[in-house]
Design a protein around this ligand. Structure first.
Ligand code: SF4
Length: 320
């Protein structure tokens, strides 16, 4: 029986990811309004012992060996904040010694200002950090942090960690309607991230039932505006993560499929989309018209241009 692991689950960022649950249900330093696990039961900030590290590492090694070649990443993505585990680094090192699969962690960034957390994270090959806002008021509203945390320390920690970390650092921002989805919020994030070394920033929306029913996904219109602000400053490292979470698929010789693939990652100006389709000899206007009619894509105006953006999924996604 698997006590500490689950999956593998498909993930666009990580391929086939074997999840490691090194924290008991909902022990977290945040209680995000969009959390798919519900409200935090134990909000805490002191790192401590949760499970025997040898037991956790032993199960991970056994699962990876049994899955022979079917795992692209072993990912610490527990039912809470993984860096609260005092033994995160010990488990990661023990797993690394035994298996040849890269290790990843998805963290909320709140404890990354700590030296011991930074050195634990350095053991992992890929670190994904959450940054939903750089505005204190918004932070209190969206992430509902433990009262001992300070946003200044969180953002400082992110910046400092990015200077010393040699692995792949990716970031994620969850956009909640009416909370952190304004151009001003995006400008604040862009300003901070212009000083941070990272590979990708993913813009996500809540696609599974959130802790608070009022935490809705931003609109496609707002998403395009936020995307434009961030990508103007940070370049093509900004991508969307708003629906399909399976691995990318390559469509050769299918221009409409290719367009949809691109749109899952970036919104595209309508004239560029037309040009792409016309290169394949298609009647671009009708092809796009059909996609809009079917509800696959949406047309959005921003600063005088028309953009195509993939419509948000109607049903909650099962991917983790
Ligand atoms: S940091 Fe993650 S686990 Fe913690 S409340 Fe937020 S979404 Fe949930």
């Amino acid at each position: 029986m698997s006590r500490y692991t689950f999956g593998p689950v498909p993930s666009r960022r990580l391929g086939r990811s074997l999840g490691v649950n090194n924290i008991p249900y909902k022990h977290c330093s945040y209680s995000c309004v969009y959390c798919q696990l519900g409200r935090t039961l134990v909000r805490e900030v002191e790192r401590r012992f949760f499970y025997p590290p040898r037991e956790v590492a032993g199960e991970v090694v056994e699962r990876v060996s049994n899955l022979r070649g079917e795992v692209d990443y072993v990912t610490f993505v527990p039912d809470g904040e993984p860096t609260l585990d005092l033994n995160l680094g010990v488990i990661a090192e023990a797993v690394k010694r035994e298996v040849d699969v890269p290790l990843a962690v998805l963290s909320n960034t709140s404890l990354v200002y700590r030296e011991d957390v930074q050195s634990d994270l350095e053991i992992l090959d890929l670190v994904s950090l959450k940054l939903d806002t750089v505005v204190s008021e918004t932070w209190l509203k969206v992430n509902r942090p433990h009262p001992r945390l300070r946003l200044g320390e969180v953002t400082w920690g992110l910046e400092e960690f990015s200077k010393r970390y040699r692995g792949t650092l990716i970031l994620e921002t969850m956009l909640v309607r009416g909370v952190n989805d304004t151009v001003e919020e995006a400008e604040g994030i862009a300003e901070l991230l212009s000083r941070v070394r990272f590979s990708k920033l993913y813009l996500a929306i809540p696609t599974r039932p959130p802790a608070e029913s009022w935490a809705k996904p931003t609109s496609e219109e707002r998403l395009v505006a936020v995307y434009q602000v961030l990508s103007e400053r940070l370049g093509d490292r900004v991508e969307l993560l708003t629906g399909y979470e399976g691995p990318d698929f390559v469509v050769s010789g299918d221009p409409v499929g290719s367009l949809l693939n691109i749109l899952s990652v970036h919104p595209m100006r309508l004239d560029y989309a037309y040009r792409l389709l016309e290169r394949f000899g298609l009647d671009a206007e009708s092809a796009v018209g059909r996609l809009v009619e079917k509800g696959d894509v949406k047309l959005v105006e921003y600063r005088g241009y028309r953009f195509l953006v993939k419509s948000f999924p109607k049903k909650p996604s099962e991917a983790r």
